[in-house]
Design a binder for this molecule. Structure first.
Ligand code: AMP
Length: 113
């Protein structure tokens, strides 16, 4: 199977800076930021989308949210930020390797578009 875009960035095959890494995940700045802070938190394990996740991936999914919170703290987002996971093309997903968008540094509207 071909590596996802994000795995290729992680492996250094596509330019991109890893701004956080641990045993289970890594993070990069979004190339097309939608807010002053726009970070993608990505599992090292390639799972295409949340709807493909299995029971055994529960700890990994929780880990991604927890690390999103840590990166929000590190970026001094004062507990005001948005976490987004797009699932499926019609919901806006364009890279089919699960990732959490951490968006902050501005106000957000609800409902999202
Ligand atoms: P999604 O549309 O939810 O799948 O999010 C994919 C995100 O990946 C988008 O916000 C893109 O801007 C971002 N993206 C695409 N290519 C790159 C890249 N080379 N480096 C960093 N972010 C990227």
């Amino acid at each position: 199977m071909t590596d996802s875009l994000f795995t290729q960035i992680y492996k250094g095959q596509i330019p991109g800076k890893i701004i956080y890494e641990d045993e289970h995940c890594f993070a990069i700045n979004d190339i097309n930021p939608q807010a002053p802070v726009h970070i993608l938190i990505i599992p090292k394990k390639e799972v295409a989308k949340v709807s493909d996740a299995s029971f055994e991936e529960i700890p990994l999914l929780g880990h991604l949210i927890y690390i999103s919170k840590k990166l929000a703290d590190l970026n001094k987002l004062s507990n005001n930020y948005r976490l987004v996971i797009n699932n499926g093309a019609e919901a806006g997903q364009s890279v089919f390797h699960i990732h959490v968008h951490l968006l902050g540094g501005r106000s957000f509207n609800w409902p999202p578009g």
